[in-house]
Design a protein around this ligand. Structure first.
Ligand code: PLP
Length: 382
């Protein structure tokens, strides 16, 4: 039977493919998926359990429960600046649905979307589904630092959108505020949106600036994507949100309504508890920071070179300086490593960068130590 060729042309992500292979291994250390190992806060669990037992869980209003929308706006204004209100917030089924609904709302056939690499795997397929085109910016020569000048060169009259992810998945790097100022100034009043995917903004190791800081001059073009999957480990609750101009949100809301009706009411109760009772993620950031620093340090001793993470829970490292791996494709590296040592990681090519691999630091130090031992053995024996 007939299938839309655009959909046939899209593949399940490499991360999921590798993740699914892991059932075949008995002693695997899984550093593939970005799934926090830290538990969901007890307050969230208790609130959700309470409502499951005592409330009649009805459809949520389209766009989210007013109370939650208000709390998200307040959370952003207080933690990341901006002057948002509930009308600027749309609650979504994970940030993934937020992204999908925004992209469907703003993109038309042949529009161009600019994304610097390394880039999160979730964007390109959604852009392709909208029949728009993804234009990646290869930043390797500039040490993966985006500048206004580099961005400017990529923009054409078809560019409708730029997607930036800081702290970045897979690298954990952030963008200097100075550069953000230049980028905002350059984009301002151009007919181009900026999506700032800030899903790791609550997991940072030093001062972090959100694009919300540029609310006053930039609010009509700025679309912030965020959610509770990483900050509160609520991956399975599927709860995210979009913060944007009210006029745009009224359009996005229609797409979201006809796609999903609304996010889960139960999960929204959980998110309210997360913001009311455990919005401070300093301790979680400290845990990830300690682990990430440990892992970077150990990897460098093995000869890897790492991008220095300023947030999130990943390490993106190149093995190109290790002579025997110099010319190896990242996918081959990852499969061979898995086969020989049962250590599972993600190839850089998944994020459009060859010669690199991503480690998901979602384990305690003893497991990370074992991962390093396996890597060391692999390198020695190769
Ligand atoms: N954006 C980035 C950069 C991510 O890394 C992820 C998940 O890994 C998502 C969005 C999607 O998160 P969710 O749909 O669980 O909110």
């Amino acid at each position: 039977m007939y299938i839309n060729p655009i959909i046939e042309g899209i593949e399940i992500s490499d991360i999921r493919k590798i993740h699914e292979r892991l059932v075949n291994y008995k002693n695997v250390i899984n550093m593939t998926i970005g799934e926090p190992d830290i538990d969901v806060p007890q307050e969230v669990k208790e609130t959700v359990a309470y409502h499951a037992l005592n409330s009649r869980i009805k459809y949520s209003p389209v766009g989210g429960m007013p109370e939650l929308r208000e709390k998200i706006a307040k959370y952003y204004n207080e933690n990341f600046s901006g002057n948002y209100n509930a009308q600027n917030v749309l609650v979504t089924v994970g940030s993934t649905e937020g992204l999908a609904s925004v992209l469907k709302t703003i993109l038309a056939k042949d529009d161009e979307v600019i994304i610097p690499t390394p880039a999160y795997v979730g964007y390109e397929p959604l852009i392709t589904i909208s029949e728009a085109k993804t234009k990646f910016i290869d930043l390797e020569e500039n040490n993966f630092v985006l500048t206004k000048e580099i961005l400017e060169k990529k923009i054409t009259d078809k560019t409708k959108l730029i997607i930036l992810t800081y702290p970045n998945n897979p690298s954990g790097i952030t963008l200097e505020e100075e550069e953000m100022v230049k980028i905002v100034k350059f984009l301002k009043d151009k007919n181009i949106y900026l999506i700032s995917d800030e899903i790791y903004a609550a997991i940072t190791f030093e001062k972090f600036t959100s694009f919300a800081k540029f609310f006053d001059e930039f609010k009509e073009q700025l679309i912030i994507i965020n959610g509770f999957s990483k900050s509160h480990s609520m991956t399975g609750y599927r709860l995210g949100y979009i913060i944007a101009d009210e006029k745009l949100q009224n359009q996005v809301k229609k797409v979201s309504q006809y796609n999903v009706t609304s996010a889960s009411t139960l999960s929204q109760y959980g998110a309210i508890a997360a913001l009311d009772k455990c919005s401070d993620t300093t301790k979680i950031s400290e845990i990830y920071k300690k682990r990430v620093e440990y892992f970077v340090n150990r990897l460098e001793k093995l000869g890897f070179e790492c991008l220095k993470p300023k947030g999130a829970f990943y390490v993106f490292a190149t093995y190109k300086n290790i002579e025997k791996f110099k010319n190896m494709k990242s996918f081959d590296f990852v499969l061979d490593l898995l086969e020989k040592t049962e250590l599972a990681i993600v190839p850089g090519i998944t994020f459009q960068v060859e010669g690199y691999v991503r480690f998901s630091i979602v384990h305690d130090i003893p497991v990370l130590e074992e991962a390093i031992k396996r890597l060391e053995k692999y390198i020695k024996e190769k």
